[in-house]
Every structure is written in C-alpha cells, then in structure tokens.
Write a protein that binds this ligand. Structure first.
Ligand code: IMP
Ligand code: MG
Length: 184
C-alpha cells in the first residue's frame, strides 16, 4: 500500500488535473515562444530547487518548443529578513543568461519575496526576455507585488505538499497535490 494513505493529507489536486494544468501551461508558453526560440537558441527554463523539480520535468516535456534546463537553489529568508526580502543564492546557474529568453519556473508563489528577488536579480544579468511561471499561486498571502506571467492555478491559503512541494522535506514524492491536515 502507498505510504501516504496513512498520512494526514487531504487531496487538493489529483494527477489528472495536474497533468491538464501542466499541458495547458506548456501550450500557452509554446505559442508565445514559437517564433522566438530554436534548437540552437532554446528557451531557458530556470527551475528553483527543490520544489520546482517535478513540475519542471513535466513542463519541459509538455513544451512544443526547444528548451534548455538549468537550476538555482535559494535559501528561505529567516524571520529577520522577511521585510527586506533578501534571499541568498545557495546554488547558481551553470550558464550565462545574457541575451537569452528565460523563464523562471517555481512551484508556488506565496508572499512573493522569493520571486521578486529572483526576478530582479536575474533581470540584472541581461536576458533577452524574462518571465515567471508558477504551478500554484496563493494570491491572498502576497506581501510584495510580483509579476507572474504563467500560473497553473490559484489556491486558498493552506499548506500544500506533493508533486515536488514539501513539509519539512517530506511528501515531495506524492504524485498528487494535498493539504497537510495536521502540522507537528
Ligand atoms: P514566498 O517567497 O513567500 O513567495 O515563498 C515561496 C516559497 O515558499 C516556495 O518556493 C515554497 O518553497 C515555499 N512555500 C510556500 N507555500 C508553500 C506550501 O504551501 N507548501 C510548500 N512550500 C511552500
Ligand atoms: Mg520553492
């Protein structure tokens, strides 16, 4: 039996719905970049570790235009830096983004601090274009405005796990998206 059936998790978005959301995003993005990218000069997807890994793997495969994949890891801000929104880069990109079409791929936008920092920071490296794609948006939790160009679904203010998202490093491996019903 699958271990998570015993865990305090309530289903929010099942595998079929997730697949549909990702396919829709892939089609929308492909339409927008059809005449802008090529095999020689692909669309660069920048995944934010670790939460975006599962989403990005599916998104890249749902795309009808050529993509290249790279990753960044950032620290979550502590309580003292919440207001400043300073985010530390733990692992940087392998490649330069100068002159390239780039999309930041993130699992979820919550307060907006992480994405606002990443967007500003990557913009300063001179990409040809820079957009943001998130699977999930908790819009009511936003503390700073951030432009999200592609969004899979808005969700209510609940703590979600699965499909790459974790609670204390647990549950990233769930194939669906659930809400944690008991926090320790
Ligand atoms: P923000 O900077 O507040 O927008 O937070 C973004 C990051 O917080 C995401 O990339 C996630 O890693 C994490 N996060 C926010 N909400 C959730 C959630 O409901 N489940 C799991 N991780 C979350
Ligand atoms: Mg994240």
């Amino acid at each position: 039996m699958q271990y998570w059936k015993e865990e305090p998790i309530r289903l929010l978005i099942d595998e079929d719905e997730l697949r549909q959301m990702v396919e829709n995003l892939g089609s929308e993005i492909s339409r927008d970049y059809r005449n802008k990218v090529s095999v020689e000069s692909p669309l660069l997807l920048v995944g934010i570790l670790k939460g975006a890994v599962v989403f990005m793997a599916d998104l890249a495969r749902s795309m009808a235009v050529p993509t290249a994949l790279d990753f960044m890891a950032v620290s979550s801000y502590g309580a003292s830096t919440t207001s400043s929104g300073i985010v530390r880069i733990l692992h940087d990109l392998d490649t330069s983004i100068e002159g390239r079409h780039v999309i930041i791929v993130e699992d979820i936008v919550d307060t907006g601090l992480t994405l606002r920092y990443l967007r500003d920071h990557l913009a300063s490296r001179g990409p040809r274009s820079l957009k943001v794609c998130v699977l999930l948006d908790k819009a009511e939790r936003r503390e700073v405005p951030v432009c999200v160009d592609y969004c899979g679904r808005q969700i209510p203010d609940e703590f979600v796990v699965g499909y790459g998202l974790d609670y204390a490093e647990r549950y990233r491996d769930l194939p669906y998206l659930g809400v944690v019903t008991e926090m320790e």
